[in-house]
Every structure is written in C-alpha cells, then in structure tokens.
Design a protein around this ligand. Sequence first.
Ligand code: ZN
Length: 213
Amino acid sequence: MTDIQHNLPDDILMGYATGVLPRAFDLVVASHVSLSDESRARLESLEAIGGAVLEDVGTADIAHDSLKQTLAKIGGMAPIRRPVPTSGVFPTPLQDAVGGDEAAVRWRSVGRGVKQCVLHSDEDGTARLLLIPAGRAMPAHSHLGTEMTLVLKGAFRDADGVFTRGDIEVADAEINHQPIAEPGEDCICLVATDAKLKFQGLLPRLAQPFVGI
Ligand code: ZN
C-alpha cells in the first residue's frame, strides 16, 4: 500500500471530511482512503483542522449561508463511512455497498468484453464498478462533468501514466483520454461520474444509450 502514486487533491479530501461530496464520490473517496496510507494521514490532519476552519468560515455572512447549506446537506446524508484498512480485494466501504467482496458483484456486460455493476445512482452522480479485460482499451472519451476512477485490481494506462491498485484519477472536461487495461490481469475500477461521458467516434456514440456510461 506504500507504492500508490496517484492520490487525491486536498480540496476533495476536505469535501469528504466535511461530508459535502455526492454519495457516489463519497464512496470512491472512502474506498481510496482505505487503501492509501498517505491519503488517510492527510485526511486525519485535515479533519484535525476542519472544525477550526468551519468556525472561521461561519463568521462571514456569505460563507455563513454556505455553512448552513453544508450543514443541511450533512443532515440529509447517511453518516460518513469511516475508512479502514482491509484484507479483501474491495475496501470495507465498498464491500458494504456491494454486500461482499469481488465474488459478490453482479456484473452486466456493456459490450467489448467490458462489464459494469451500478452501485448507486442519483441526480448528483453515479458510482459503478467497471471490469476491463486485460489488454483491452476503453473508447476514447472526454467528460461533461467530473469522473473519479479508483483502481481495485489490475492496472490501466492513459496519457497521465499507469494507475495501479489504490491509485485514483480525477478527470474533468479538460481531459480527453483512452484508458487501456494493462496486460496480464483484468482491471477492476470503482468509478464515480456526475455526468455522462462524451465518446469520440461514431460507433461508441451509437453504443452509448445501450452502454449507459
Ligand atoms: Zn474518463
């Protein structure tokens, strides 16, 4: 767990710590933090200063409103899952969402050998497990919103490098990429999106209503 190269930026960790992330992203962050010693340590230090920051923010009028909104949002959410290290393939928060480890996933084919399992979907985002066969490329795509991808098994590669277990990639409208599973082992990822992907090329675009990604 010490060789994780791609961790989360502090603003997303702070969003997680204060409970304002959409549920789909909350699940990805909780799972990543369970696998990354570095992110877990940074989260703990952010939480330690979090209370003081919220108190400061509360003194400004405009920020006071956003604090109220934040608290209202927290009130409407389930308690934040506490990240804990795990011995399974799936981190504990993900096992809770799936109802078990890898063997419990009910995969559905989405074409090209790729499988998915939607774990959560609401107006703020969708969380799904994605299985990409070893050596297989996903269609090249850009993003209409934010896409957060956590590798659980195997690895994938794109222009930003190689992502292995525990690594997380955050992509947005600026990023156009084609993830390719590394050879040797199927790649399983947990992916949160807040908007549909924008596929390049006619065939992937035609397939999208069926694929639903
Ligand atoms: Zn993407």
